[in-house]
Design a protein around this ligand. Structure first.
Ligand code: CP
Ligand code: NVA
Length: 324
């Protein structure tokens, strides 16, 4: 019988370390812990596809605070909790007292009396940090302006499934140096990959994230570069990744960004520079015709819906690891 990651050498010790932890950013996780979560995600996916019922979160509840829209994050966490035997509550910021000025601290302390875990999607990253500090249950970052670690975990699960390895692969991120870019960068560094972001001037990734990612990459044999030229980034890449030009909260800059990012579209001409078996990835939702053409996102290299599906499996791994 195939061993679950919970039973492989050294994994019991990692599993013990993860219990009760927050999942706020990949920066807080060691390379072997990230790899453990990816392996656990793959195992949980296998069990689910085999029709096995696995409910280690029976009787557990997850509150999900949403300050921004969501399709994938909401549905995958809700379905994930259900499949694991638990229950998830959707808490729109404006429907709870947080929207009327109750503090994050008081919200965190109150919710901790009812729930076994809290997921939050918010604008300011400090809200996630403040919530986690005041809560007595684990807190998961379901996207902030700074990072989107659940997405990166699902993305690297997807790359591993498709390529059979992570170490040494080159991933080119083309577009805005945003939350998704940050988490992919940190994840690549921790997993020994070569990450190159091509971003226009004025849209660079956060300097501290770049610095911390470079330090992580030094330990793993990976690398992190930020360039201006998308052609340079994409050359010989194993993965091309892009995201919307105007993230949630930046809609008012849409027109200006369309002008600035025009040369950063992932299209056939740009992608021709990548390895012949490259993967095209996007966290979704996509603005077709802007950051990516229909030909690319619907083409044979695209794995965008596998990525979306893996949000379910990767987040189930996080939930099991920190809440079971
Ligand atoms: N990729 C992602 O987080 O999608 P949603 O905004 O739909 O949750
Ligand atoms: N960068 C995008 C990702 C959406 C999943 C945003 O923050 O809107």
């Amino acid at each position: 019988m195939r061993q679950s990651p919970l039973q492989t050498a050294g994994s019991e010790e990692i599993a013990a370390r993860l219990k009760g932890r927050d999942f706020i950013g990949l920066v807080d996780y060691k390379p072997e812990e990230i790899r453990y979560l990816i392996d656990l995600a793959i195992e949980l996916k296998r069990r689910h596809q085999a029709g096995e019922i696995y409910q280690p979160l029976k009787g557990k509840t997850l509150g999900m605070i949403f300050e921004k829209s969501s399709t994938r994050t909401r549905v995958s966490f809700e379905v994930g909790m259900y499949q694991l035997g638990g229950y998830a509550l959707f808490l729109s910021r404006d429907d709870i007292q947080l929207g009327r000025g109750e503090t994050i601290r008081d919200t965190a302390q109150t919710l901790s009396r009812f729930l076994d875990g809290i997921m939050i999607r918010t604008y300011g990253h400090r809200n996630v940090v403040e919530l986690a500090r005041a809560a007595t249950v684990p807190v998961i970052n379901g996207l902030s302006d700074l990072s989107h670690p659940c997405q990166a975990l699902a993305d690297y699960q997807t790359v591993l499934e498709k390529k059979g390895r992570l170490e040494g692969l080159k991933i080119a991120f083309v577009g805005d140096g945003n939350n998704v870019c940050h988490s992919l960068m940190m994840g690549a560094a921790k997993l020994g990959m070569h990450f190159v972001a091509a971003v226009p001037e004025g849209y660079d990734p956060d300097g501290e994230v770049v610095q911390l990612s470079r330090e992580a990459a030094e330990q793993t044999g990976g690398s992190v570069a930020v360039v201006r030229d998308p052609a340079e980034a994409v050359t010989d890449a194993d993965v091309i990744y892009t995201d919307v030009w105007a993230s949630m909260g930046f809609e008012h800059e849409q027109k200006e960004r369309e002008r600035v990012f025009r040369k950063y579209q992932v299209n056939d001409k740009l992608a021709a520079r990548a390895k012949p078996d490259y993967l095209f990835m996007h966290c979704l939702p996509a603005h077709r015709g802007e950051e990516v053409t229909d030909e690319i996102i619907d083409g044979p290299h695209s794995v965008v819906f596998d990525e979306a599906e893996n949000r379910l499996h990767a987040q189930k791994a996080i939930l099991v690891a920190i809440m079971a």
